[in-house]
Design a protein around this ligand. Sequence first.
Ligand code: UGA
Length: 438
Amino acid sequence: MSKEICVIGVGYVGLVTGAGFADLGNRVVCLNRNQAKCDNLRQGIIPIYEPGLEEIVRRNIEARRLFFTTDYGEALKDAELVFIAVGTPTGTEGEADLAYVQEAVEGVADVMTRPVIIINKSTVPIGTGDWVARIISRRTDIPFAVVSNPEFLREGSAVYDFYNPDRVVLGSTDLQAAEVVADIYRPLNCPILITDLRTAEMIKYASNAFLATRISFINEIASICEELGADVTVVAKGMGMDRRIGPSFLQAGVGWGGSCFPKDVKALEYMASVHGCHPQLLRAVMDINRDQRRQVLLKLRALLGNLEEKTIGILGLSFKPNTDDMRDAPSIDIIHLLQIEGARIQVYDPVAMDNARRILSNVTFCQSPYEVARGADAVVLVTEWNEFKQLDMERIKAAMRTPILIDGRNIYDPAQMRARGFIYRGIGRGYNGTGNQE
Ligand code: UGA
């Protein structure tokens, strides 16, 4: 049966959740405090680049199932279920900052007129569900339940992930409330795991930390491969064929970034250490990731010597393809490191240029990959956008001063690139077989 739902927050998680549940036939009101954003959303203009999302938003606005407001009273008027999907940025110590969650919870508690189920989708420290319950019960006598429902969708494929979750995790002390939330997910036909609040909160951190660990692991193997003459892409393929290991999240590269892994691994490390644990593995995972970004600098220095006044072209700026998100993108650190060495930087990204302009300074923004190559002493591929897989490499090479190609995501065939006359360096592609060495 369809439900009356309120979603607080219209970022990736909030907007996909709101639009998705509206699409499943529920009536959804999305709340955010920014009037301009809200006005745009009412017209179906979404604030982020996310394939397929705008279409679903528009469809459900037209069907009068999806609404936007800046007013708590209006948002909560008929709501039975209230999703909290606001940001939890990193605080000064690496902890998750809960200011937006607190504002949302207090906003709800102050206007609710009937029992509601508060469902937390924001990634929050273990114990936050209990804290939320304390805040609400201090402000109202109306009964309520708190359910943790961590989100696992990926940017760039968030819409697909909403409709095809591997699992839904629900945590609560109130089993009946958890069952009500489970019901709205039933149309998606996926396994639903019901557990307690803290365990559900931990599943989210442990999942993200594990995925980041897999990437840092393969990146460490990549560095060893480079020294010992093996090809990490084939190593990962061979490992992934083992069903116990599986092929996902084993792509070596310039490291993980984005709005989630860096923040969540840091927050878990913080939580562990302030509770007397020694999260050595998590620390190593972060360390390897930082070094991975520096590898680009080392490779360029090995080939070009001093980088002062050298022109370096950067292909791809967003933290991964199919998003315009620049949060903690490896490109930012790589560009900064090169600038410290005195290099001139020219960049191109298919969709993240506007966001990049707000973050990067002293770089030349180019109109195309070919412009990035013009006069470059080296080109570094940082984000594996599909359009970079189909480039006219003869044209790229002809435009460059020296044909040095650093393939930070291993998307090109080393032998082919060398045959075309490039000095090619991938990540973890040693000198035997398909490897690096000229
Ligand atoms: C990640 C998780 O995958 C989602 O399940 C989770 O819901 C989300 O965080 C979140 O907590 O909100 P996302 O940050 O969108 O999703 O991106 P991923 O596809 O996981 O990629 C993260 C980073 O790892 C990217 O920089 C990507 O380039 C890098 N990566 C990924 C690799 O370097 N190698 C791989 O094999 C896979």
